[in-house]
Design a protein around this ligand. Structure first.
Ligand code: HEC
Length: 123
């Protein structure tokens, strides 16, 4: 029993020490680049401004030409938290599905909208 308590105590102390090495802003950035799956940055870009993730051509019979189509990961900066949550809960088309907690979603939202910087600057 005592051994278990000592073990648990070590765990809590380690967790406490660890948390002092990483700020919430750093944590949210880490999550954006590595959210238990493919990084958001790979499609939405490092800043969340969006990017073209693929191009395909479709033959258009009427004009006899190939028509170019772009697959776009949209800008995700400045949208409402409600829309942000919705997009993660019901991903569409090429947007992958993730198993993120509400706190993780909030951290990602704060990261892309640079809300941590604002909080830190206000100090
Ligand atoms: C494989 C590429 C890809 C990755 C990785 C990806 N997304 Fe997306 N995301 C998309 C695409 C494509 C859409 C547009 C879906 C559609 O057609 O509506 C989208 C849509 C969204 C939207 C909705 C934007 C709006 O205006 O409605 C949000 C928010 C979003 N993604 C956040 C994220 C976050 C946060 C991550 C990381 C956890 C992430 N995405 C990872 C491709 C990606």
């Amino acid at each position: 029993m005592r051994l278990v308590l000592v073990f648990l105590l070590c765990f809590f102390v380690a967790a406490a020490v660890e948390s002092s090495f990483i700020t919430p802003a750093e944590y949210s950035k880490m999550l954006y680049f590595n959210p238990h799956g493919i990084g958001c940055n790979k499609c939405h870009g490092a800043e969340g401004k969006g990017s073209v993730i693929g191009v395909y051509y479709e033959f258009d019979k009427a004009s006899g030409q190939n028509k170019k189509h772009e697959v776009v990961a949209p800008n995700i900066v400045g949208i409402s938290l409600e829309n942000f949550k919705q997009a993660l809960a019901n991903p569409k088309n090429f947007m992958p599905s993730y198993s993120l907690t509400n706190n993780e979603i909030a951290a990602l939202y704060m990261y892309v909208n640079k809300l941590f910087k604002k909080v830190e600057n206000d100090k």
